[in-house]
Design a protein around this ligand. Structure first.
Ligand code: FAD
Length: 387
């Protein structure tokens, strides 16, 4: 596996174990069927509890049966999962960073006891409802409301593009508390079997096909006061979750790029044209050298991000830079790798085009490339291009 600057020689024994276990899991349990799932638009549901058993959800958090590993181990895990498929890493990102993390960070003891062991083991599935039909890049414009009454809250609104909503047991829904001064954004744990909740699946995706995506409709949904996340108010709630998930994405996409590169390298050595392997042509070597260099640069950013996060110095702007850069690398590398495979490259027999299609989603979700560009621009200049 490509590790040109030997970054992996710095890994601890524990980190190597995590990486090897995740790599083996992907080789044995994901790769054989993932092309079929991608074609059929299904998620390999049997892997949900298996990933829980292996400690793949929120591996960097502790207590409540969670693994309590370091940040680099978390990153390595996301990298190996996304080498399998971005849909698999999305499952782990949503469950870990967007559902377990907010309950762990902002939940009551009762909420933690009820949900963290079940979510960590994969016995329960969660989803994160922030995006709305009219508010994607600008989630603070959200229209979903929560209104207090004698028994708790009544939620109304709709969320869309929600990973896992059709298969989720619980949704972390972000809504404006219109009963409080200034209508602050608050997080609500909404069990999906409550009256008034609908979770329609979004069909016909051409990207992230091995991942279930849906809507969340909220029509006079009643939740008790105990379902409000008590520890946070305002947009810092959802945004802090996104910083956790984006860290995992900055690592994960390196896995997708590396997997596509490995396929292309092998193919270039195996495929004969004009009396020998295409890998002997300078044009092909140029592509391989460029892909390897780009992946190495992405690996450097990912590893540095983990060091900063581990010592508590990570800023969300650092994450924006790495998410933006590494997804761009994955976008370029998967396309070039597809090219090296010629006609065979457009099938699901090889990984590059599947990764390439998935990366179109990753380029857009968790902050589009444009939005991260503006975050970095604002950090450099001190001038916000958007509010
Ligand atoms: P828009 O915000 O409408 O953007 C359209 C275009 O305009 C983009 O190119 C954007 O970069 C550009 N643009 C917008 N504002 C500016 C600006 N100020 N300056 C310059 N350009 C700008 N959301 C969740 O809450 N939970 C999930 O689990 C989840 N999963 C997803 C899974 C998939 C498969 C997909 C596709 C999306 C998912 N999302 C999820 C939603 C995702 O986060 C949004 O799609 C994303 O934030 C972009 O919003 P939008 O699609 O409404 O695009």
């Amino acid at each position: 596996m490509l590790d040109y600057l030997e970054l992996e020689s710095d890994l601890t024994g524990e980190e190597k174990l995590v990486r090897d276990e995740a790599r083996r899991f992907v080789e044995e349990q994901v790769k054989p069927d993932i092309g079929d799932h991608f074609e059929q638009g299904t998620f390999p549901m049997d892997l949900i509890p298996k990933m829980g058993e292996l400690g793949f959800y929120a591996p960097n958090l502790d207590g409540y049966g969670l693994p309590g590993l370091g940040e680099r181990a978390y990153g390595l895990l996301m990298q190996e999962l996304e080498a399998g498929d971005s849909g698999l890493r999305s499952m782990a990102s949503v469950q870990g960073s967007l559902v377990i993390y907010p309950i762990h960070a902002f939940g009551s003891e009762a909420q933690k006891d009820e949900w963290l062991p079940a979510l960590g083991s994969g016995e329960a599935v969660g989803c994160f409802g922030l995006t709305e039909p009219q508010h994607g890049s600008n989630p603070s414009g959200m229209e979903t409301t929560a209104e207090k009454d004698a028994d708790g809250y009544v939620l109304n609104g709709s969320k869309t593009w929600i990973t896992n909503s059709p298969i989720a047991d619980v949704a972390v829904v972000w809504a404006r508390d219109v009963s409080a001064d200034g209508s602050p954004v608050r997080g609500f744990l909404v069990e999906t079997d409550r009256d008034g909740v609908t979770t329609n699946k979004i069909e016909d995706k051409l990207s992230m096909r091995a991942s279930v995506t849906g809507e969340i409709g909220l029509d006079d949904v009643r939740v008790p006061e105990e379902n409000v996340l008590p520890g946070v108010e305002g947009m810092k709630g959802p945004l802090s979750c996104l910083t956790q998930a984006r860290f995992g994405i900055a690592w994960g996409v390196v896995g997708a790029a590396r997997d596509a590169f490995e396929d292309a390298l092998q193919y270039a050595k195996d495929r004969d044209q004009f009396g020998g392997p295409i890998a002997r042509f300078q044009l092909q070597q140029g592509k391989l050298a460029e892909m390897a260099t780009q992946i190495t640069n992405a690996q450097l950013q990912a590893h540095r991000l983990a060091e900063l996060k581990q010592r508590g110095d990570l800023r969300h702007q650092h994450v924006s830079m790495a998410k933006r850069h590494n997804v761009r690398v994955a976008r370029d590398v998967t396309r070039t790798a597809r090219e090296v495979l010629g006609g065979n490259g457009i099938t699901t027999d090889y990984s590059p085009m599947r990764h390439m299609e998935n990366i179109e989603t990753v380029y857009t979700y968790e902050g589009t490339d444009d939005i991260h560009t503006l975050v970095i621009g604002a950090d450099l200049t001190g001038i916000e291009a958007f509010e």
